[in-house]
Design a protein around this ligand. Structure first.
Ligand code: E4P
Length: 224
């Protein structure tokens, strides 16, 4: 099943978008929570109220040593939600995944900028990998090639790991990545909204309405 996430901690935005999109859960990071000015103890219940019991939350550790990341991840995983713990893909983060997988904790490896870095995370046992599409492109590298290589390696080695590409700044980037067959994606609210709209749609609907009124004046379709 495809998993569509919103990359936000704003419950109002989640509610607005979830009304018209099949939102599987949300992804957050320390910057997103800082921008919202709310911690997990506030935003997790708010968003669970919007999305329901089955909502999945990807939440990131802020610790900076392997031991502290492991301890923080254990605490996060015990919160009463469907939690995937995000660990930065540094050397100390990779060491943390190895320990956390032994404890059967769900892990997303975040801040992936290269295929080799993502492959190491998958081999260490990550359940999800989050390549940073726009940040990769801004560096002059090719996010499509990197995500494509990662999907190829996951398939070739039959790794139990999903790609969850993140960091999008336009819908072309989203479509370029979706075309690769990834299992999940996380979108900021503005890009999620743009996925649903096109400037030509409302004019087309307006013409249908006018034509209908001209011919059938106030009747509904089943009354015609
Ligand atoms: C999600 O896991 C990432 O933290 C996020 O998508 C990064 O996005 P940005 O590059 O827009 O900050």
């Amino acid at each position: 099943m495809f998993e569509l996430y919103l990359d936000t901690a704003n419950a109002q935005e989640v509610a607005r978008l979830n009304a018209a999109m099949p939102v599987f859960g949300v992804t957050t990071n320390p910057s997103i929570l800082a921008k919202e000015g709310k911690g997990l103890s506030t935003i997790l219940p708010e968003i669970k109220e919007v999305l329901g019991e089955q909502a999945r939350f990807h939440v990131q550790v802020v610790s900076t040593t392997t031991e502290a990341m492991v301890a923080e991840a254990v605490q996060l995983s015990q919160l009463p939600y469907d939690i995937v713990v995000k660990i930065p893909t540094t050397v100390i983060g990779l060491a943390a995944i190895k320990q956390l997988k032994a404890k059967k904790i769900s892990i997303l490896e975040t801040a992936i900028y290269s295929a080799q870095q993502g492959f190491m995370a998958a081999l260490c046992g990550a359940d999800y990998l989050a390549p940073y599409v726009n940040r990769i492109d801004v560096l002059g590298a090719n996010s499509v090639n990197i995500v494509s290589d990662l999907q190829l390696l996951i398939n070739q080695h039959n790794l139990n790991c999903k790609l969850l590409p993140a960091s999008f700044k336009n819908t072309r980037q989203v479509m370029d990545i979706l075309r690769l067959g990834v299992n999940s994606i996380t979108l900021p609210s503005d890009i999620a909204e743009q996925m649903m709209i096109h400037p030509s749609v409302q004019p087309a609907v307006d013409v249908f309405s006018q034509d209908w009124q001209d011919a059938f004046e106030g009747k509904l379709a089943y009354q015609s």
